[in-house]
Write a protein that binds this ligand. Structure first.
Ligand SMILES: *Cc1c(COP(=O)(O)O)cnc(C)c1O
Length: 387
């Protein structure tokens, strides 16, 4: 049997995979097992921040691999400590909890908010407002936090304590907060899985003001938008707000599993020994990878991300067959007259790998994709959408 047959036989069928087996690549070019070449506009769903098999990233990973791969959280390791320091210094957050994924980073954010409110106000103060059309993960609790009904079937009972506000409707947030004993509002700055929809700046600022005035926490889920993706280090930085809690994962370690939950001033001491934990969290190899990634997300790289973003927007806005282009930085959604799935399939045959988000084609290329590769990919996409 070939890889695809073995996988289909033995791997749980929770994914609808494309019939491609990736065997290697370099940067934003991938190869499948037949040697076919692809331009990669997906980057492992915003994970491979510097593409495939990047030399600087590999050096950082291998250097740490040659020292120690794991110690448990009973001991200190330098990469974990240094990474936390780096994240705090670059965001103004005060402390970081490390985990292995976006869902876990959000679980940690939710637990932090619950514990903060419990210690201050006691039992019963636990409800968190999330937004309709949001996505916060696949665990039972983060599914409950996800404001999309179609995720809410078949896995009941869910964790209680989530209510869903209309995105960009501050009155709805205030209504829900008044009806329930709400402790926090949790948002994505750009709803990624929901269709690459950026929230209105005025709305996010109004949420920040309202939560501040009512001792509610603002949690920003930067699992997808974080780590340079939006053109700033974190997407909330585009909106002139300071959250109380920021969760991130996907691109943080450039291809290794690492989640981080950053805790601001109000909640920095919410976790005391024994209140939360993760066996793999803060793993030294993943942390070393993340340090290498963050070091490279400097002003020059971010300016470059914005330039590439502008290029994609200008090429595709108003192009034949394109109804709408949305997003921020190198997180871009394209609503086409044709179904998104058809565009993705046709592009795949022409050697361009894309993603979808709801009814849109979604682009999440590596932050360092070179202009030539970007241009070639956009040309294939444009031509395919227009056909
Ligand atoms: C991908 C994603 C998650 C879930 O991350 P996992 O690593 O798959 O658990 C959570 N929130 C947002 C906004 C995401 O895009």
């Amino acid at each position: 049997m070939n890889t695809i047959d073995i996988d289909n036989t033995y791997v749980a069928h929770s994914y609808g995979r494309f019939p491609i087996c990736i065997t290697g690549g370099k940067g934003s070019i991938l190869y499948d097992e037949n040697g076919k070449e692809y331009i990669d506009f997906g980057a492992g769903i915003a994970v491979n921040s510097f593409g495939i098999s990047d030399d600087v990233w590999k050096e950082a990973v291998i250097e740490q691999l040659n020292k120690v791969q794991h110690t448990s959280n009973l001991y200190y390791t330098e990469p974990c400590a240094k990474l936390a320091q780096m994240l705090c210094e670059r965001t103004g957050m005060q402390k970081v909890f490390f985990s292995n994924s976006g869902a876990e980073a959000n679980e940690c954010a939710i637990k932090a908010a619950r514990r903060y409110a419990f210690l201050k106000y006691g039992d019963g103060h636990s409800t968190i407002i999330t937004l309709k059309n949001s996505f916060h993960g696949r665990t039972i609790t983060t599914l409950a936090a996800t404001g999309q009904d179609h995720f809410h079937h078949e896995f009941t009972p869910f964790t209680e304590g989530f209510v869903y506000a209309e995105a960009n409707n501050i009155d709805d947030v205030i209504r829900l907060a008044t009806e329930n004993k709400c402790i926090a509002v949790m948002i994505e700055i750009v709803q990624g899985e929901g269709g690459v929809c950026p929230l209105d700046k005025e709305f996010v600022q109004a949420v920040r003001k309202f939560t501040e005035e009512n001792d509610m926490l603002l949690i920003v889920d930067e699992v997808q938008t974080g780590n340079g993706r939006s053109g700033k280090l974190y997407a909330y930085m585009n909106y002139d707000v300071t959250p109380d809690i920021v969760s991130t994962a996907k691109g943080l370690a450039g291809g290794l599993p690492l989640g981080a939950t950053m805790l601001g001033d109000k909640v920095k001491d919410v976790y005391t020994p024994g209140t939360h934990g993760s066996t793999f969290g803060g793993n030294p190899v993943c942390s070393a990878a993340a340090i290498s990634v963050l070091k490279r997300i400097d002003d020059d790289l971010l300016a470059d991300v914005c330039k590439k973003s502008e290029y994609v927007f200008s090429e595709l806005t108003g192009a034949d067959g394109v109804e709408e282009v949305t997003g921020m930085g190198l997180m871009i959604g394209i609503k086409c007259t044709k179904p998104a799935g058809d565009v993705v399939k046709a592009c795949m045959e022409k050697g361009l790998l894309l993603l979808t988000a709801k009814d849109k084609v979604r682009l999440l290329p590596a932050l360092n994709i070179d202009f030539e590769t970007l241009k070639n990919g956009v040309a294939i996409l444009k031509e395919t959408i227009a056909e």
